[in-house]
Write a protein that binds this ligand. Structure first.
Ligand SMILES: *Cc1c(COP(=O)(O)O)cnc(C)c1O
Length: 452
């Protein structure tokens, strides 16, 4: 047995009302393993900090989501939202599970092609598509989701020049009761702009309207917003059929389902309030099934779910660099990961657990990252037991957006490991080196010599 750690006595002021009805410290069980692999071994082999992704978790979550929709609706397709996590290994797991690709830039589009996704299964979203991007997408027969009229006009030009037809959908924004309104993307439903775009496409020579798309927001906690959105898209599709005798092949409901993370300022945890896939699926599918399509005209239902499919699969392992007392007596801790790696700490209170056996005594702690910058705060208040310099922690639910929005700021980005379904870790992104980061820089001649 290893020697017990010395813990200095600690007198703690009890603030009336600070504990919730669930009590304190219920989340304080240490996390010593991820998918049967010891955290200690992972850090010894790959270093700290370290992102870890569970392949099994991705596959299970994708199956659960697909099941929720496919048991309620005959024709369902998921398309993996690349910007949520576009590490190739992660994308490939989703594609192996049957997901198409959903991309929002030329960079992501080319990544999807390189990952082996055929062009007709890459949905091209976003407000910024260059003529080069559009040309590539047309040549690969990809559905292009038009964001604004200027893009529509470019498409007319490009298709005329290429003498080729393009498969298009429009992105529609609408009032679903969610505030603030996301009306900066796509064409508005209520003011008739969406219908105007549809008419222009229907009368165009080389554009084939194959779908209708919306993405109403993100972390939407009210499934009913999706009922409203699906009803409005279905209404457009049915009117297109009436007026133009044209069938819409798919309705794409975008992403936006909440993950199980807890938003800052929320009293209840994400585990308690985030709706299940079944609840979202019930609203969306019942809106479409009740919309008045004839059985043979029922469109394919596409979902571009991002964060809800990957958040749980990602972990960030880290190490305590230092313990400190702030001038007001509060305990603080400096970790080897900060907001450079954990972008989502700006709006989530992540669950952060010790990675080794620890004492039951906890203290309110401010958790800082390693950056020399005041806003580098991971948690401004978290109950943690005493942890020593060198002890490890596990941050849960970090799979969405952190590995794409991470910053190369002040320091280098660490390794990412995927644990396969048999429990074997694989390196899927190496740590950055100074050479890698500076490779693109150039020094003008007159700055070569220094005379200090
Ligand atoms: C970001 C995005 C998604 C994924 O959103 P989540 O909120 O992560 O589910 C889907 N579709 C489009 C168009 C997006 O921009």
């Amino acid at each position: 047995m290893s020697k017990l750690k010395y813990e200095s006595p600690n007198i703690k002021q009890i603030h009336a009302g600070i504990t919730s009805k669930f009590g304190e410290s219920s989340t304080l069980k240490p996390i010593t393993h991820i998918n049967t692999v010891p955290v200690k071994d992972l850090i010894n082999t790959y270093g700290s900090p370290l992102f870890v992704i569970s392949e099994q978790n991705i596959r299970n979550t994708h199956k659960e989501a697909y099941h929720a929709f496919s048991t309620r609706y005959p024709n369902v397709q998921f398309a993996w939202s690349y910007k949520t996590n576009y590490l190739d290994a992660v994308c490939k797991v989703f594609h192996q599970e049957g997901a198409w690709a959903e991309v929002v830039s030329g960079f992501e589009y080319r990544k999807a092609l390189k990952n082996g996704v055929s062009g007709d299964k890459i949905l091209f979203n976003g407000p910024d598509k260059s003529v080069e991007d559009l040309t590539l997408a047309i040549q690969n027969n990809s559905p292009i989701h038009i964001d604004h009229f200027d893009e529509l006009f470019s498409l007319v030009e490009v298709t005329n020049q290429l003498q080729k037809r393009a498969k298009v959908a429009i992105r529609v924004n609408m009032d679903t009761g969610i505030k603030p309104l996301w009306d900066r993307f796509g064409f508005n439903y209520e003011n008739g702009q969406a219908w105007d775009a549809i008419t222009k496409i229907m009368y165009s020579k080389n554009l084939d309207l194959v779908g209708l798309h919306t993405h109403i927001g993100t972390f939407i906690l009210d499934p009913n917003a999706y009922y409203i959105a699906a009803s409005k898209l279905a209404d457009l599709a049915i009117h297109i059929k009436k007026k133009h005798k044209h069938d819409i092949q798919y309705i794409d409901m975008g992403g936006g389902f909440a993950s199980k993370n807890t938003l800052k300022g929320s009293y209840l945890s994400g585990m308690e309030i985030s709706p299940s896939f079944n609840e979202y699926a019930e609203k969306i599918t019942s809106a479409l099934l009740n919309a008045g399509f004839s059985t043979e005209d029922l469109p394919l239902l596409i979902l571009e779910t991002g964060r809800a499919l990957i958040d749980d699969a990602g972990y960030l392992l880290g190490t305590v660099l230092a313990n400190k007392r702030l001038s007001d007596g509060r305990r603080s801790m400096v970790m080897d990961f900060g907001v450079n790696l954990l972008f989502t700490s700006f709006w989530y209170n992540h669950i952060i657990s010790p990675a080794q056996e620890c004492s039951l005594y906890t203290e309110d702690t401010v958790m800082y990252g390693p950056l020399c910058m005041n806003i580098d705060v991971i948690r401004d208040s978290i109950n943690l037991p005493p942890l020593n310099k060198g002890d490890h922690v596990v941050v849960q639910r970090v799979g969405a957006y952190n590995m794409t929005q991470w910053m190369q700021f002040i320091t280098l980005r660490p390794r990412v490991v995927m644990i396969d379904v048999k429990g074997k870790p694989h390196l899927i992104r190496d740590s950055e080196t100074s050479e890698y980061v500076t490779a693109l820089e150039k020094i003008p001649n007159h700055l070569e010599s220094l005379d200090l």
